[in-house]
Design a protein around this ligand. Sequence first.
Ligand SMILES: [Mn+2]
Length: 438
Amino acid sequence: MNKEQKTFHKSRRELLRKAMGKGSIAIVFGSTNFNKSYDGDFRFKQYKNFYYLTGFEEPNSAIIISNSKIGDSKSNEVLFVQRKDLLLETWNGRRMGFENVSQELGIKKAYVNTELPGFLNLRKKKEIRRVYVNFSELIKLTGEMRQLAESFLESLNILASDVEIIDIAYLLGKLRSVKSEYEIKMISKAADISVKSYYETLDSIRPGKYEYEVQAALEYNYKVFGSEDNAYYPIVASGENGCILHYDSNNCLLKDGELLLIDSAGEHRYYCSDITRTFPINGKFTKEQRTVYDIVLKANKECIKRCKPGTSFSKLREVSDKIIADGLNKAGILKNKKNIRKYTLHGLGHHIGLDTHDAVSYSKTSEDDNDTLRPGNVVTIEPGVYFPTGSEGIPKKYWGISVRIEDDVLVTRKDPVDFTSHMVKEADDIEKFMSSAN
Ligand SMILES: [Mn+2]
């Protein structure tokens, strides 16, 4: 791990210590291998909260973080990892080993994960008043960590009457929602990789190709440009499929005269981007498609401009719905503007980061406002309009049209920074690019 990344994860542990306050201890488990079928597992992916604090990508790990010394470790942070095992490493890949943790990750102290139970006995530790645990992930652990997690959960039964036991997700979500310079660099790099890949893919969009061919071109290019993984499973939805928000079959033929909605992006070093563009399959929008497209684009551009501290997701959605309702109404497509949400369906945007829909709070209560945007937030702006066949009150010639346009935007004290602004989105520019690509 390079120095910059080490410094980043160290700074996250420090932030967490501050946020927890004195008398607190955090116990955060990493992920384990999950079975897909028979003797095949899903590709391993680290839990994001654990990754945030460590940058460590091996399964069967856990970290304990506190403001004071933890157990006999003489350290305020201890990582538990798999033991080195030459035979298992031959089958399943290299292991760092506890001996190399401090050098490789910059975490002060490490042990083999079989030592963990000794550290989880908190009953005699009078100085501990609060215990933060990633319960929602802990209960899913498999394999060697499962037994350990279960006995830990049982031990909390007695402890719970004496100290506060709290799920750490909310607290870490608060920290994760404001991105550091390092994180901003990673997300913008992921976005740039995705944009480059879209350009390389434009010439595979034409009548007669299949959705999965476009998907394959995108995924190939993500890897080539430096992405280790999809940020999420690609949606490559032609025609009416675009009206299915989480369409992922990607097995239909691209037809002349229809639109292709692509919602797909790569990640970089665990940080996600999230892009949607809508293309005319034959390279030219019909009059009806163009009308809807330009209205959605107007909402997209206006909301990106407004991505400044003090605005909120709910305010932006109102703005977007109003632009789209007015636009559709003026074009004679939507009579009753009050019905607009039947056709815009989803929220206007979300945070992105280690998760594509970043696992942070969006709630607004009298105590805590997570709806309002702050400097350092990175969010998507993704207005969409969907007219599936049978849409009541919508003229038939618009049925089957779905348009979504999504960009990734950093909120700063000054103007918003659009990480995906170099991806073509004006209807004229899209047509120009597609005619030169084909
Ligand atoms: Mn999105």
